[in-house]
Design a protein around this ligand. Structure first.
Ligand SMILES: Cc1cc2nc3c(=O)[nH]c(=O)nc-3n(C[C@H](O)[C@H](O)[C@H](O)COP(=O)(O)OP(=O)(O)OC[C@H]3O[C@@H](n4cnc5c(N)ncnc54)[C@H](O)[C@@H]3O)c2cc1C
Length: 395
């Protein structure tokens, strides 16, 4: 067919969309563009450091570039280095799969106080994203708001002993940071009943296997996985699950944060050294998501599409990205009308700072070979070194 498709975002949605398209039409010219010099989005910078099995999907995505002829154009940010009209002029189809990198605000008084941290910002810092802010101090009693899998990921990382992080790709600085927090208690707050919480039972089972935790439930319920975990744990680190607790306000009192929640027993207050919100993600403001969704809706059929978290909001894990990508590929191929005059990737010729997949393979090899014995990878962390691996090699 020879049609040209630009996919913006090399996370699971972008990669699965390319994979599904190339499976059906191997002669498509597919260019995957990412703002970062490295591919795979949240597989690298969101999925927990100790869940290497999940990160294994990256090996499958790599085949896109090594065997299926897709091209990676890293370090190319839509809205900064290139505009959407440029891409739409150059390609038969553009797919926006840029994810959602902003933390949804709690939306209660005090949610901007110092010590209130978004789980996205925290995990980006923990997993050494080049644009992440510094790791914050959490203090002895962090409170996590939210009971989805991201909340449980954060909880598990905070509760693990150094030995329990063996085999992960957590870097040396985040490892030292975790050890320095001296956390003595963790509270998890959620609005729903325990049996309606959004975490997967397997995530709770994993918590129950940690040596330090002592899981407790404020309002008992028939949540089977949680009840089993509560009965199985008796470590020195209390982890209080407070379901049916709707956050209504945050205040700073005597150097600590005070969270007020509405519960079936009336309002209650929880003292916290820090508050981590894990209640979903929104667009970080770099792109105008609402306008782009509208533009895609209004575009002629077979021209501009949105995919993944950027399209659906922050619901769904990696397998859902794959299912949606397969449906999207069918839709695109049904409607695409190739135009041989479109220049495609030739429009990137002037962008000398773009990095390609060979560049990533070099970084990947360096990261794997420099991993210490108790880690599977040591990430290169700063953008300058990501762009110039020789700097890292010589260091
Ligand atoms: C902390 C966390 C842990 C998770 N753990 C799991 C898990 O264990 N298992 C699981 O199945 N799911 C997990 N998920 C969910 C999973 O990560 C998402 O379902 C999936 O990553 C969404 O894919 P995406 O491609 O839509 O977005 P992303 O993965 O966010 O990819 C978007 C890509 O777009 C790029 N981009 C953004 N803006 C631009 C721009 N302007 N120009 C060019 N490129 C741009 C980004 O750099 C990124 O590479 C987790 C999510 C989070 C936040």
């Amino acid at each position: 067919m020879g049609a040209k498709i630009a996919i913006v975002g090399a996370g699971p949605s972008g990669c699965y969309t390319a994979q599904a398209l190339l499976k059906r039409a191997p002669d498509l010219e597919i260019d995957i563009i990412d703002a970062q010099p490295v591919p795979y989005g949240l597989v690298r910078y969101g999925v927990a450091a100790d869940h290497q099995g999940t990160k294994g999907v990256a090996r499958q995505f790599a085949r896109l570039f090594t065997r299926q002829n897709a091209r990676f154009h890293g370090n190319l940010r839509l809205g900064h280095h290139i505009t959407l009209p440029d891409l739409r002029r150059a390609y038969d189809v553009v797919v926006l799969a840029t994810g959602l990198a902003g933390d949804r605000a709690l939306g209660i008084p005090g949610d901007g106080l110092p010590g209130v941290i978004g789980s996205g910002a925290l995990t980006r810092a923990l997993y050494e994203h080049p644009d992440a802010a510094a790791l914050p101090s959490l203090g002895a009693h962090p409170v996590i708001i939210g009971t989805g899998n991201v909340a449980i990921d954060v909880l598990r990382l905070l509760a693990k002993t150094p030995d329990e992080l063996h085999g992960s790709d957590l870097g040396p600085a985040p490892t030292d940071w975790l050890a320095a927090q001296e956390i003595r208690q963790i509270t998890v707050v959620g609005r729903s009943r325990a049996s309606a919480a959004r975490f997967s039972p397997v995530m709770i089972k994993e918590l129950a296997e940690l040596s330090r935790v002592d899981l407790r439930l404020r309002f008992p319920d028939d949540a089977e996985a949680l009840n089993t975990a509560v009965a199985a744990t008796s470590g020195p680190l209390p982890v209080d699950f407070r379901f049916e607790s709707r956050p209504v306000a945050l205040e700073q009192v005597d150097g600590a944060l005070r969270l007020t929640v509405e519960t079936p027993a009336g309002p209650e207050q929880i003292s916290a050294s820090s508050v981590i919100s894990a209640i979903g993600f929104v667009c970080d403001g770099a792109l105008d998501r609402a306008a782009l969704l509208q533009e895609a809706d209004a575009a002629p059929p077979g021209n501009l599409y949105t995919a993944g978290w950027f399209r659906t909001g922050s619901v769904g894990a990696i397998p859902q990205c794959r299912d949606e990508a397969q449906a999207l590929a069918v839709e695109i191929l049904d409607r695409i009308t190739p135009d041989v005059t479109k220049p495609g990737r030739a429009i990137f010729a002037a962008h000398k700072s773009i990095v390609d997949f060979d560049h990533w393979q070099r970084l990947d090899a360096l990261e794997l070979s420099s991993a210490p014995g108790n880690r599977c990878r040591q990430k290169i962390t700063c953008r300058e070194e990501l762009l110039n691996p020789a700097t890292h090699e010589d260091a």
